[in-house]
Design a protein around this ligand. Structure first.
Ligand code: ATP
Ligand code: MG
Length: 189
């Protein structure tokens, strides 16, 4: 008797995925330049985020069977069709989380459209049976990990860009750290 492979788990592949916003080229350079500009290394130590890895997570989905990727793309299609809107994201704060030793950039003016997008994705994912952590959403762009800050620098000039799309990203562990590979893109109206 032959047992269907999908029922045994043999050969089943999973991927680690999350929905996110990537800064445009100018904002990416500006954000990556903050570590040096603000002397984060001497103030906080730690490992700074590579420029190409700089992002704002919308929803972390986690480890899923590759067979679920099509469902994730359909969910994003539905959220887009429901009228998700473009918005400006203005980075105007540098913060530190002591519990996980992360230095991050954030905003004092969280756009309503960002909250609407995150909420729509969370609701659609939950309705489709994806289990998500329901921690309050805190928009943050990780600048450095394994950091330990006694004082934090002030950001003198905000970094802003128009957010015109969001992405579904695969996260792979490599020897040099996480590698993010975009696997879908959805424009914002
Ligand atoms: P690394 O784990 O190598 O330090 P990373 O945390 O950026 O890098 P992932 O763990 O794949 O890579 O996470 C991808 C994104 O999802 C990151 O922005 C991360 O902060 C966020 N994330 C990871 N785990 C969770 C979680 N349990 N809840 C919410 N967001 C998460
Ligand atoms: Mg992680």
């Amino acid at each position: 008797m032959r047992v269907a492979e999908e029922n045994t788990g043999i050969g089943r592949k999973t991927v680690r995925v999350f929905f996110a916003i990537w800064p445009n080229d100018t904002a990416q350079k500006q954000l990556a330049g903050l570590a040096r500009q603000l002397r984060l290394e001497s103030l906080c130590g730690g490992r700074k985020t590579k420029a190409e890895n700089t992002h704002l997570t919308l929803v972390f989905v986690g480890e899923v069977d590759t067979g679920k990727l099509a469902a994730l793309c359909r969910i994003a299609d539905d959220v887009q069709a429901s009228g998700a809107r473009a918005f400006d994201f203005v980075v105007d704060e540098i913060r530190y989380w002591k519990h996980n030793n992360i230095v991050y950039a954030s905003t004092g003016k969280v756009p309503r459209e960002l909250i609407n997008l995150v909420t729509a994705l969370q609701n659609a994912l939950s309705a489709a049976g994806f289990s998500l952590e329901r921690r309050a959403y805190r928009p943050h762009i990780t600048l450095a990990r394994d950091a330990s800050c006694k004082t934090l620098p002030e950001l003198t000039e905000p970094i802003a860009w128009r957010v015109r799309e969001w992405v579904l990203v695969k996260s792979e562990q490599a020897s040099g750290g996480s590698v993010y590979i975009p696997i879908g893109r959805w424009p914002l109206a």
